[in-house]
Design a protein around this ligand. Structure first.
Ligand SMILES: [Zn+2]
Length: 256
């Protein structure tokens, strides 16, 4: 069966895998910083009477919609994926690493703080990278081949999503570029299922150039908007001067 690593902090900002990013340091040679100091892995304690499969399914059930657990379990088992559920990472929501001579297995990691619908959404993104790797060589990470795999995975799982999300997913998979703004609408819709969802949430896309703000989920850093890119904002962290690309749908508070 696939190996499960439990709640494990993974410091992989140097990964060559493809991360699904919510907030990403600008990769232009500026010094990168680690988001968290390494911590000891925390493992869930479950009754010893449970088999490994039962434990695995139960842990998946804590993070996924119930209707998706069988499929995800079978998928991870089929490809013998090393699967990590991590703490929140500012740089990404999930990650896929292809096998290498040194690490001859697939690896997928997903942030454990995501609500179940969002967790599955990110899992499908990373599974599409795995599928693309298995079928194609030397293609763009988010190129046509990946988009087609992603599209098929979304179609296969649309029915289990709440109806208001289903409508967006159907629009998303209807031959439009997967960079289409409806992708951001889907993320905004999925955030409504966050336990701490704020209906009056302010997002980065609502700010103007030169606004100082903090990320709700990373309040210790003070940023200033510099310019809007396609779906992200180029921002500067005020204290260090470092520049970051931040997802426009990130929830923020304005700093006066
Ligand atoms: Zn990706």
């Amino acid at each position: 069966m696939a190996r499960y690593h439990g709640y494990e902090e993974i410091i992989n900002s140097e990964t060559d895998g493809c991360g699904y990013s919510a907030v990403q340091p600008r990769n232009d040679g500026l010094q990168k910083q680690r988001e968290h100091a390494p911590t000891q892995p925390q493992r869930l304690r479950l009754p010893d009477v449970l088999t490994n499969e039962e434990r695995y399914r139960r842990i998946l059930g804590n993070h996924l919609p119930a209707q998706a657990v069988d499929w995800v379990y079978g998928y991870l088992d089929h490809y013998k994926v090393h699967f990590h559920i991590t703490r929140e990472r500012m740089s990404k929501l999930g990650d896929y690493r292809r096998p290498t001579p040194d690490r001859n297995f697939h690896e997928i990691s997903i942030n454990g703080d995501l609500n179940p619908w969002f967790f599955l959404w990110v899992f499908l993104h990373e599974a599409a990278h795995l599928e693309t790797h298995m079928k194609h060589k030397n293609v763009q990470p988010h190129g046509h081949e990946w988009q087609e795999e992603y599209r098929q995975l979304i179609i296969a799982h649309t029915d289990i999503y709440p109806s208001e999300v289903q409508a967006l997913l159907k629009r998303y998979t209807r031959r439009i570029p997967l960079s289409h703004p409806v992708g951001k609408q889907i993320e905004a819709a999925l955030h409504r299922y966050d336990p701490d969802y704020n209906p009056d949430r302010l997002t980065l896309d609502q700010l103007s150039v030169g606004t100082r703000f903090r990320l709700v989920h990373k309040p210790e850093m003070l940023f200033e908007t510099i310019a809007k890119r396609r779906t992200r904002w180029l921002c500067r962290e005020v204290s260090s001067g470092r520049q970051y690309l931040v997802n426009g749908s990130a929830e923020v508070t304005i700093e006066c």
